[in-house]
Design a protein around this ligand. Structure first.
Ligand code: GRF
Length: 217
């Protein structure tokens, strides 16, 4: 918590399972000054996740923490370990950046309304896996991506940012996913800047923004 303005601070804990291009966008934003936050720790459920290597290359602590189960849903004991590690690194906000596990109440209670997720569709359309594939199969003309707050229901929390991507007639799953991914990188940095820079409250499903803290506080 930032004692000066009553808002949480701006240290991020990023959870990632794979490639880590969204993590990379945060690390690049941190280095070029676009991100008004710092990645304090990266945690993966997979020891060989390229995301861990990306973190280490930027001097960011990178941990493999066993999910405790082959299932998608983390075991509560594993979440307790993750929360302990996040707290040990002074984390204020948690970002799920391609974290292919379902988080539950242990983590969500510890970081209430402070867990963000990036999803490659315009939610509530196409939650779950392979969203660009679902979008193409459905025949939509507009796809996109969403950053939202994480709640107990998967891919269903209050929306922080969205961006639309036009589907082209010749799109494949790969080409559409690649164009969506470019937008993901932008809105993830923007959404982190939003939440660390301005207080907000949740009304129903809607995020209501307050006034930005004066510079320097
Ligand atoms: C992204 O498409 C993200 O929206 C989804 O998983 C993918 C992760 O990609 N949740 P990367 O690991 O950040 O490159």
């Amino acid at each position: 918590m930032n004692a000066a303005n009553g808002m949480p601070g701006s240290r991020l804990g990023v959870l990632a399972s794979g490639r880590g291009s969204n993590l990379q966008a945060l690390l690049d934003g941190q280095e070029n000054g676009e991100l008004r936050a710092r990645v304090a720790v990266v945690i993966s459920d997979r020891a060989d996740a390229p995301a861990l290597e990306r973190a280490r290359r930027h001097g960011v602590p990178a941990l493999h923490l066993d999910p405790g189960s082959p299932r998608a849903r983390l075991r509560p004991e594993a979440e307790t370990e993750i929360v302990r590690a996040l707290r040990a690194h002074g984390v204020d906000w948690v970002v799920l950046a391609g974290y292919f596990r379902i988080v539950g109440s242990v983590l969500l209670d510890a970081f209430a309304d402070r867990v963000l997720n990036i999803h490659p569709s315009l939610l509530p359309a196409f939650p779950g896996l392979h969203a660009p594939r679902q979008a193409l199969a459905y025949g939509v003309e507009v796809a996109g991506c969403t950053v939202h707050l994480v709640t107990a229901a998967v891919d269903a929390g209050p929306i922080l940012r969205q961006e639309a991507v036009a589907v082209r007639p010749d799109d494949t799953e790969e080409s559409l996913a690649a164009r969506i991914l470019e937008r993901e990188h932008r809105i993830l940095v923007a959404a982190v800047n939003d939440v660390v820079g301005r207080p907000f409250r949740i009304e129903g499903r809607r995020v209501r923004w307050g006034t930005a803290a004066p510079a320097g506080e």
